[in-house]
Design a protein around this ligand. Structure first.
Ligand code: ADP
Ligand code: MG
Length: 478
């Protein structure tokens, strides 16, 4: 009987004790809030739930390991002190990750839940219309309004990357497209495509988008370390629906930032968010990047943007000239497309200069004017390579004798490399067709012309061949 009464009493006292603990916890919370400030309090401490008391130890529960570690390192001691002041029997605080079924909502946070939407971005129900969670201004995508899908000219070298970008903009986080890894040389449209995706997504108004260069990512990360706000920075990043990081190659050799990016990356992908990354090389060629990061980067869709073809350069020039309203004769466009083969940025720069010139002096654009206005650019593009260098590199590449560049042998094993060398000579130097022909064993200019069109055609049909030629071109230009 006595035992039964005891039992009842202890049952009562459990309830009372629970209530008393809650009250204590509310007081502790309000003191903490006063000490650490509203923002920090809301970001970190409202996620704590009360767990059981065992002897002199109280357990506090947090929803994730990440939060537990952070709260432990930043507030662990203070929590112990405060608890001890409230309930002298409690001497220690144990922080644990909540398991399914554990209490999750802290008593004080309940009062604030209504104003607290920004800290619970993942809590949207399935079919309720979503409003994009607000992204903190320092990571929110700042997009160049000129870089849209509409202004992106599509051609063979970039159609695959373009299609992937479109797809991700339409349906972020779909299987097989996460992460989307865009790569290609400088000035070929990676940033343009990323901004286009961002613009499209923001227009839909239902997703939050963060965009930054890898350099800025690192800078922010370091700034956050300095101001002891790394957790806030991480939480910000981890709360977006779509994270875009441009020029990832910048993180080579920056091990700490890489590590941080890796964790953010995993957290986001695991949470079903979309990641879009650009770099100048494919994941497997980004040596200097941690293996596990490279592996994960290659897990989704990898799309490369190839060097421009003559046709694409012409289309881009046409489209940009039309947008400018200045009439640029097709002869001039062709001339530019032949001379400036390095990348779209330079091509665009040259055209812009022509257009500015035409507007300024009110004179029509002619071929002579073009050569005059772009004198320095054109010279810079000529200076780079000689036909001899081209012949040497190409011969080495295909393992044929240098003399075969000018020999009369017509076996395909030598004829094809020779054609490539002629093609590259046309692309990379300002030599005329007859001049080029002369350097290749006094061949006729029609032979050179034929070589150029043959190689162009083959490059379109055979990607492996196109990559070979492209590689040679890059080596010669660098
Ligand atoms: P990357 O990021 O690959 O270095 P960008 O995206 O910055 O290159 O492109 C360089 C410039 O060339 C930008 O002004 C961009 O608008 C333009 N550009 C590149 N590709 C295209 C394209 N296919 N159509 C129209 N403009 C392009
Ligand atoms: Mg870029």
């Amino acid at each position: 009987m006595t035992i039964g009464v005891d039992d009842d009493e202890s049952a009562f006292s459990h309830v009372d004790e629970g209530k008393a603990l809650e009250k204590s916890w509310i007081r502790i919370c309000s003191r903490l809030k006063g000490e650490v400030g509203e923002v920090e309090y809301r970001t970190w401490l409202t996620k704590i739930a009360l767990g059981p008391v065992d002897g002199d130890e109280i357990t506090l529960l947090l929803p994730t390991r990440f939060l537990r570690d952070w709260v432990r390192s930043q507030y662990g001691d203070r929590l112990s002190e405060l608890w001890n002041q409230e309930v002298s029997a409690i001497r220690r605080v144990e922080l644990q990750v909540a398991r399914p079924g554990d209490p999750v909502a802290p008593p004080l946070a309940l009062e604030e839940k209504t104003t607290d939407a920004s800290t619970a971005p993942q809590a949207d129900s399935e079919d309720a219309p979503r409003v994009a969670p607000e992204v903190k201004s320092d990571i929110a995508a700042v997009l160049d309004s000129r870089f849209t899908f509409d202004t992106f000219v599509v051609g063979k070298p970039n159609e695959f990357a373009y299609a992937c970008a479109r797809r991700v903009a339409e349906k972020p986080s779909s299987v097989g497209f996460n992460p989307l890894f865009l790569y290609g040389g400088v000035g070929l449209g990676k940033t343009h495509l990323m901004h286009a995706i961002g613009a499209e997504l923001l227009q839909s108004g239902t997703v939050s988008v963060a965009y930054m260069s890898a350099e800025k990512f690192m800078y922010r990360f370091i700034a956050a370390i300095r101001s002891q706000s790394t957790m806030e920075f991480k939480e910000q990043l981890r709360s977006v629906d779509v994270l875009m990081i441009d020029d990832l190659q910048f993180l080579i050799g920056k091990d700490n930032t890489q590590e941080e990016f890796f964790h953010t990356f995993n957290a986001l992908v695991d949470a079903g968010r979309q990641i879009i990354v650009s770099a100048d090389k494919s994941p497997s060629d980004l040596s200097g990047l941690e293996d596990r990061l490279r592996t994960r980067l290659g897990c989704g869709m990898v799309a490369d943007i190839h060097a421009t073809t003559f046709e694409l350069r012409i289309s881009i020039l046409e489209s940009k000239a039309a947008a400018s309203g200045v009439v640029v004769p097709s002869k001039v466009l062709e001339f530019l497309a032949h001379k400036i083969t390095s990348n779209v940025r330079e091509l665009e720069g040259a055209l812009n200069r022509l257009i500015a010139h035409a507007n300024l002096f009110g004179r029509p654009v002619t071929l002579e004017a073009t050569q005059d206005v772009l004198h320095d650019i054109l010279k810079a593009h000529d200076r780079r390579v000689t036909i001899e260098e081209i012949q040497k590199k190409v011969a080495e590449h295909w393992n044929i004798r240098l003399t075969d560049m000018s020999s009369a042998r017509r076996a395909r094993a030598v004829a094809r490399p020779r054609q490539v060398a002629m093609f590259l000579a046309k692309q990379l130097t300002s030599r005329s067709l007859p001049e080029i022909g002369r350097k290749f064993g006094n061949r006729d200019h029609t032979t050179v012309m034929h070589a150029v069109s043959r190689v162009t055609e083959l490059m379109e049909r055979d990607t492996a061949f196109a990559e070979d030629v492209e590689l040679l071109r890059r080596m010669l230009e660098s």
